[in-house]
Design a protein around this ligand. Structure first.
Ligand code: MG
Length: 207
């Protein structure tokens, strides 16, 4: 399986990163994380030795449930049935160095355990509660980030249409749909808890 992630998909986050990429006029900016990036089942995130500034990015994650290529937007909703909350861990210091020299920032985004995911829940049950998905992250019981899917620049269906032009989507692939404003650092000992429509789906420690 693979993980497709979207950068700069919320305007306020794009501004906090001083990035011009978060715009409806531009296509989504995609990057890939390998299967070795997955962190699940509440296992701890071990702070890597190559960074001194690991940031959390809280994101809605969808799981692809059927094989598809060149998926039209109007059919995109058929390609995912379950969602969860994930953390797109980012080595912000490495990323900044790589951006400065105009190089791909893969290693700062796609390292082992950089894609934490929670328990999956059905999309239909979430949308039965509300028209759009609310989500938030607490660290040590203090809310640090919150967002709503209606603020995405590119919707989930837009992302599926665009990504499937380049990458065949396979069953079990995950899409990280971008983070809202409010990213920040984690430190060893932190407890991260993530909520999607007030359901706690994510709960793990940084070690
Ligand atoms: Mg992200």
């Amino acid at each position: 399986m693979k993980i497709i992630a979207v950068a700069q998909n919320y305007l306020a986050h794009s501004k906090e990163m001083n990035s011009p990429l978060g715009s409806e006029e531009r296509p989504p900016v995609l990057f890939i994380k390998p299967e070795s990036a997955l962190l699940k089942d509440g296992k701890p995130f071990f702070y890597p030795d190559f960074s001194n500034n690991i940031h959390y990015e809280t994101e809605i994650v969808v799981k692809i449930c059927r094989l598809g290529k060149n998926i039209a937007k109007r059919f995109a909703h058929r390609y995912y049935e379950e969602c969860t909350l994930g953390i797109d861990f980012t080595a912000r210091d490495l990323q900044a160095e790589l951006k400065k020299i105009g190089m791909p920032w893969e290693i700062s985004k796609s390292f082992d355990n950089s894609a934490a995911i929670g328990a999956f829940v059905s999309k239909d049950s979430l949308l039965a509660e509300r028209n759009s998905l609310d989500f938030s992250l607490t660290i040590n019981a203090t809310k640090v980030q919150e967002g709503n899917s209606s603020d995405m620049i590119h919707s989930i269906d837009d992302i599926i249409e665009y990504a499937s032009r380049f990458f065949t989507l396979k069953i079990g692939d995950l899409i990280f749909t971008g983070t809202p404003v409010g990213v920040g650092p984690v430190k060893i000992g932190d407890r991260l808890e993530g909520y999607l429509n007030d359901r706690k789906l994510l709960d793990f420690y940084v070690r």
